[in-house]
Design a protein around this ligand. Structure first.
Ligand SMILES: O=C(O)CCC(=O)C(=O)O
Ligand SMILES: [Fe+2]
Length: 361
């Protein structure tokens, strides 16, 4: 099955965009929900159009990012992620992030919810919480506006997924995302010719094969392409389509649906001959959320068995990290995420570990 394109006008159009999630239940909404549900079961990826995010904001985000990455390394290092400490915010240069244990051929900026030093979570020394590092006022304005737009879109897509699973539209908001953990990245994948490498270039990836950790990822990509998705029958390109985001579900949604939805492996290679920009936004459960199976997980398993598409072996069954996200011990989402992130940034994590942790008075 190809990655489908789903029109979100029923939940983002003028008549619907200000409705509380619980009131999204028209016939048109249910049709979209069903299409998304099918995509999450069979592919784990889908494009959304009529998503309601302004073109002007998307252009401004891309222009701002291009300007940032075009600077000399020393200027970009003014936002060095190591200065961000436990908050894990700021810039990292090519080769500093590991996916599947190997360095990625990408540089990037990491952002999250903007929290002041006096916020209780920051005072308590909670990792991945704190202030962002912004190069200037323009970056602050554009990134914060984009985060807000993504949070709203994330809640709406999750409402559709809840409906498709036979739950109330605000199920996820009530149980997992009243205070979601938003993570936002801006990546620049340099063209491969621009760096020296003696080894096997075919073994290098912009991002190696992986799945995303949380509930839902909403990705904006520029016109270069390079994203590949592992479908049931093998790898497939997910090229940029004008006016869309490409979305995929993460390990937590696979887990709570008992495997009914699939957290599909993906990877990136930039073959465009020039730098590629991408903007993944991760819509994740709140920090303290305990990740439990949905109340109707047995019904979903029965339906999956009844409506299985094919008996062919599923190329996705062999997971990149040998994990079993449905059964492995996870605990609270925040602890799980911290363990995951520390594997991708081992050096940063080592230095963060050795710092004293402030405790709540
Ligand atoms: O850059 C992309 O297209 C995808 C990035 C990605 O998969 C990730 O950051 O998890
Ligand atoms: Fe990803």
């Amino acid at each position: 099955m190809a990655v489908p394109v789903v029109d979100l006008a029923a939940v983002t159009g003028p008549a619907a965009r200000d409705l509380p999630l619980a009131e999204l239940d028209s016939e048109a909404v249910r049709e979209v929900a069903e299409a998304l549900g099918r995509a999450c079961r069979h592919v784990g990826f889908f494009y959304v159009r009529n998503h309601g995010v302004s073109e002007a904001l998307l252009s401004e985000l891309q222009a701002m990012s291009r300007d940032f990455f075009a600077q000399p390394l020393a200027d970009k290092m003014r936002l060095d992620m190591r200065q961000g400490g436990r908050a894990w915010r700021g810039y990292f240069p090519v080769g500093d992030e590991l996916t599947s244990g190997k360095p990625d051929i990408k540089e990037g900026l990491y952002f999250g919810a903007e929290l002041s030093e006096t916020h209780p979570a920051v005072v308590a020394g909670r990792p991945i919480h704190g202030r962002n590092q912004f190069a200037d006022e323009r970056m602050r304005r554009v990134v914060l506006e984009y985060l807000e737009a993504m949070l709203a879109l994330g809640q709406r897509i999750m409402a559709l997924l809840a409906l498709s699973l036979g739950l109330e539209a605000d199920f996820f908001q009530r149980s997992y995302t009243r205070e979601p953990t938003p993570l936002f990245r801006i990546f620049n994948y340099p063209r491969p010719e621009s760096f020296n490498y003696d080894g096997d270039r075919e073994a290098l990836w912009g991002v190696g094969e992986h799945t995303d950790y949380g509930l839902l990822t909403i990705l904006l990509q520029d016109e270069c392409g390079g994203l590949q998705v592992k479908t049931r029958t093998g790898w497939q390109a997910a090229p940029p389509l004008p006016g869309t985001f490409v979305c995929n579900i993460g390990d937590m949604l696979e887990r709570i649906t008992g495997g009914y939805f699939c957290s599909t492996p993906h990877r990136v290679r930039n073959a465009a001959g020039r730098d590629r920009l991408s903007f993944p936004f991760f819509f994740d459960p709140s920090w303290e959320a305990e990740i439990r199976p949905l109340p109707n997980v047995r019904l979903l398993a029965e339906e999956a068995a009844r409506t299985q598409e094919s008996d062919e072996p599923d190329a996705r069954a062999q997971r990149w990290d040998q994990a079993n996200v449905v059964q492995d011990e996870i605990g609270a989402y925040g602890d799980y995420l911290t363990r995951k992130v520390s594997k991708c940034f081992p050096d940063l994590f080592a230095s963060v570990q050795s710092r004293p942790v402030a405790t709540t008075p």
